[in-house]
Design a binder for this molecule. Structure first.
Ligand code: ADP
Length: 482
């Protein structure tokens, strides 16, 4: 049955108008917890995207000409509106994505926090005056918005991944065309209504749903788009970087990870288990900073495993709308199959199940929080991101071995480790080839710190004072004849 929820729009938002696809085609959106159809969204393609880009281009001169203070006030208003509607936006997010309502509302408030942070940063886009090597000249450096931004976002954080891109883009004076993931388009389209309420002029923000390759293709090919910001898988990210080369766009890529979570013998085990739960099971394991591999030192291995298994077993699995639920369903059947594949492969190579290991009795795409031991580097999960509630525990003996194992991946997004030895803390943090390191903490993402990876986890930073730089071009002005 189709039910309409607050902020649920079954139309794309282009140039301040709510539109259908040119050919009236639609995509169906489902609730992953119940399988129920939530509704449809337009299946837009190349032509609608070209119009959205033209609208963003037309809106650019007036938006960038506004004072930073003016843009900041509008962004603060947008953040207020998001916060005031956190319940409704959270419910919409849980319905289409599956995560618990508490996590969904947390995400919505996190979106507001990003928008508010960049409202402030809008007013701190400083330039430079450089001492001139020539008499009678001045060297000025200013920063300008890059122009029209194309943003492609994933289903695991359907609201906050947009906030991280829209916030700095608008703060910098850019306009934006957003393509949310087809599994979770409503939280993306809701930004149209939120921006409208905040008084953001038509064309500054556009949101299109539909074919990834058609919308993505136009965003990549159109020379008016000067920057692409993408959060998603590494293979698609590589493809987009390649496509962006034709018009040499500036790119930011937040791609896959293979986060290690190292527990040394000298760690506080209870604290490590607490951190492990959040680093592993947040969003049912479906985040790019989720632990993919637990590396545990031999002396503490058994006690850590016992405590992690007990805590994993105690997690309440269910429909995210039900009170107290901590683990919602996975996004779809394909996601469940990947977890099953990783478990089957590991068991075939000698791993043992400590807890879980199967589809949950609730059916659908629910899966049991699972702990495996006896892991070895030849198993699939050692290389490939599971993106599900699977905790594989690898045993190690020495610090060098742990660091080597942690770095033995093409990815380099988030990493975590637990120790009470100060010297080791510095040593290991400096030796981990990752963009982010949590020491004795399992949840480190905040709007004030730079989020981003190295190696094949991508390029660019989101959040923090660094996050706005990706949306700015540096201009050098030489003033002579003085
Ligand atoms: P995930 O595996 O997390 O779904 P994807 O990289 O497949 O990650 O998808 C992330 C986002 O990229 C989604 O919005 C998706 O629609 C979009 N996408 C997928 N394929 C393409 C493509 N060929 N061109 C542009 N965008 C794409």
């Amino acid at each position: 049955m189709t039910r309409t929820l607050a902020f649920q729009h079954e139309a794309a938002y282009v140039d301040g108008q709510w539109i259908g696809a040119d050919d009236d085609k639609t995509l169906t959106v489902r609730d992953p917890a119940t399988g129920e159809t939530l509704g449809t969204v337009p299946a837009c393609g190349k032509a609608e995207t070209a119009r959205a880009i033209a609208a963003a281009e037309a809106a650019l001169p007036a938006w960038r000409a506004r004072t930073a203070k003016d843009r900041a006030q509008i962004l603060h208003r947008l953040a207020n509106i998001i916060e005031q509607n956190a319940d409704a936006l959270g419910t919409l997010l849980t319905r289409e994505q599956g995560k618990s309502l508490a996590e969904a509302k947390g995400e919505v408030n996190f979106s507001a926090a990003y928008v508010r942070w960049f409202a402030e940063e809008a007013q701190r886009i400083y330039g430079d005056v450089i001492p001139s090597p020539w008499a009678g000249r001045r060297i000025l450096v200013t920063k300008e918005p890059v122009g029209v931004v194309g943003a492609i976002t994933p289903w695991n954080f359907p609201s906050s991944m947009i906030a991280r891109k829209l916030g700095p883009a608008l703060a910098a004076g850019c306009t934006i065309v957003i393509k949310p993931a087809s599994q979770t388009p409503y939280s993306g389209l809701a930004w149209g209504e939120l921006c409208e309420q905040a008084g953001i002029p038509a064309g500054v923000v556009n949101v299109l749903t539909g074919s990834a390759s058609a919308i993505g293709g136009e965003l990549m090919d159109n020379p008016a788009v000067r920057k692409i910001t993408f959060t998603g898988s590494t293979p698609i990210g590589k493809k987009l970087v390649e496509q962006s080369a034709k018009t040499l766009k500036k790119v930011s890529m937040e791609l896959g990870g293979n986060a290690p979570f190292i527990v040394f013998d000298d760690a506080d085990v209870d604290r490590a288990v607490e951190g492990a739960l959040i680093a592993k099971y947040r969003n049912s394991g479906q985040t790019c900073v989720c632990t993919n591999r637990f590396l545990v030192q031999a002396g503490i291995h058994d006690s850590f495993v016992a405590k992690l298994a007990a805590a994993s077993e105690a997690l309440k699995v269910g429909n995210g709308l039900e009170p107290g639920v901590q683990q919602g369903p996975l996004i779809d059947e394909k996601a469940v199959e990947k977890v099953e594949e990783h478990i089957k492969d590991a068991l075939g190579k000698g791993a043992k199940i400590v807890t879980g290991g199967h589809r949950h009795r609730l059916g659908g795409s629910f899966f049991e929080p699972t702990v495996l031991t006896g892991m070895t580097p030849d198993m699939l999960v050692a290389r490939d991101e599971t993106f599900g509630p699977l905790s594989p525990v690898f045993k190690f003996d020495t610090e060098d071995q742990a660091v080597r194992m942690a770095n033995d991946t093409e990815f380099g997004l988030a990493s975590y480790f637990y120790t009470r030895d100060l010297a080791r803390a510095f040593r290991v943090a400096e030796n981990l080839k990752y963009g982010m390191v949590g020491i004795n903490e399992g949840l480190i993402t905040t709007e004030v710190a730079p989020f981003g990876g190295v190696k094949e986890s991508g390029m660019g930073k989101e959040g923090s004072k660094y996050g706005i730089e990706d949306y700015l071009d540096v201009k050098y002005v030489c003033v002579g004849g003085l």
